[in-house]
Ligand binder design. Structure first.
Ligand code: AMP
Length: 401
């Protein structure tokens, strides 16, 4: 059995069984209204399939950071309501606890094919402590456990990790799809393979850069973190975001890449401005001419041209982090132009594109290509840890050895 062989829910006998499904429905919400249902949409196939097979489905999730206390504004009730609306074929009932007698009663009255949604797991501090007794209390509610929360699987929490010692455990469809897409891009990619790593800081992605530098053919570094690499090469980046204390780390990553035969691509020009605000006056400049009073806020057109030409030679592209401060107009153009070209190559069938991370997905959506990549992960932290080459506790627990 391989490293990525998991028990699939298709192999489970679920009819009449109580099936606990851990999902990550930590959805964006403003004033009690869900602003993006993507995370709900992505777990519906698992829930529908289990319900159709006659399971009694019990949904477990966390929401926000209530730090072990009951916080009414972090109740999952509105999320359960939205799932009820989206599921259509089955009604979803909500119970405002996740363990204890009230929940056990609700579970006992479930009929085959019905769905019960439990309250925020993180109202109990034992959840994030991976407490085995809490895991046992959860496990008492079910006969089978399904993990469909890839984006939470880097956390050793009771409902992700400890519970797998209590019940037969399976991977849901979303977890299986996430692992398949990431494995394909990271372990056995069609070559040449490039990674775009952008975002604010090198410090949050040192392990990612090191791991990808050893495995990939090209490492495209953009965003604020590119400034640290440029600074390490002696380029004056003016007032740009730059972690000068990580110059040596940047040089080490560059050496690692060189030894492994990975070419690092840095920006060759930049969009700079004196102010970090929407509509600020900006100009394009070469990197040896960044004015001392300005900040680099996006890659310039010559960089976009060179990067577009490079990705056109690739077969696989992995993307995490924007190339500039894309949320602030006009500093999204570099990210959007590269995203559009990656999407075009994907549609033409010459490139497999896999993206992940909250900012990255927002940037792809802003570029209008969120649906055109081969695979867009629902995960942020878990995606990064996977790129670091780490074993995720929730995934390890599902593996067939
Ligand atoms: P991360 O969470 O590390 O992926 O960083 C994403 C953030 O980096 C976004 O909010 C961007 O606005 C920001 N960012 C990207 N490029 C720059 C830049 N050149 N200067 C300042 N912030 C940037």
């Amino acid at each position: 059995m391989g490293q990525h062989t998991f028990r699939s829910i298709e192999q489970a006998e679920v009819e009449g069984k109580r099936v606990l499904v851990r999902v990550d429905l930590n959805v964006p919400m403003r004033d009690g209204v869900i602003t993006d249902t993507n995370r709900i949409d992505r777990v519906l196939p698992t829930i529908r399939s289990l319900a159709a097979a006659g399971a009694k489905v019990i949904i477990l999730s966390h929401f926000g950071r209530p730090k072990g206390k009951r916080m009414p504004e972090m109740s999952l009730r509105p999320v359960a309501g939205k799932m009820d609306e989206l599921l259509k074929s089955t009604s979803v009932t909500f119970v405002d606890e996740c363990v204890g007698p009230e929940v056990e009663m609700a579970v006992n009255s479930l009929e085959n094919g019905q769905v019960l949604f439990l309250e925020n797991l993180r109202f109990h501090p034992e959840e994030e402590a991976d407490d085995p007794e809490f895991a046992k209390r959860l496990a008492r509610l079910g006969d089978i456990y399904v993990n469909d929360a890839f984006s939470s699987s880097h956390r050793a929490n009771a409902s992700i990790h400890a519970i797998t010692s209590e019940l037969p455990s399976y991977a849901g469809f979303l977890v299986a799809a996430e692992i398949a897409a990431l494995s394909k891009a990271l372990e056995l990619p069609e070559r040449p393979v490039a990674a775009v790593v952008g975002g604010a800081k090198v410090s949050t992605k040192i392990s990612v850069l090191n791991n990808l530098a050893k495995k990939f053919d090209f490492l495209i570094i953009g965003g604020g973190m590119a400034n640290t690499f440029l600074h390490a090469q002696g380029i004056d980046v003016g007032k740009s975001l730059c972690e000068a204390d990580l110059a040596n780390t940047a040089l080490e990553i560059t050496r690692t890449a060189k030894e492994a035969g990975c070419e690092i691509l840095l920006p060759v020009d930049a969009v700079v401005a004196k102010e970090f605000r929407a509509g600020a006056q900006s100009e394009v400049c070469a990197l040896d001419a960044v004015p001392g009073n300005s900040m680099i806020l996006d890659v310039g057109p010559a960089t976009v041209k060179a990067l577009n030409a490079k990705i056109a030679t690739c077969r696989t592209l992995l993307w995490n982090g924007p190339m500039g401060a894309f949320e602030i107009e006009p500093f999204g153009e570099g990210t959007f132009a590269l995203a559009r070209e990656a999407a075009r190559l994907t549609k033409a069938g010459s490139l497999v594109t896999v993206a992940g991370g909250g900012d990255t997905v927002a940037a792809l959506n802003a570029a209008g290509v969120g649906k055109d990549f081969t695979y867009v992960s629902t995960a942020g932290g878990a995606f990064l840890e996977w790129l670091e080459g780490k074993d995720l506790p929730g995934v390890v627990a599902l593996r067939v050895t």
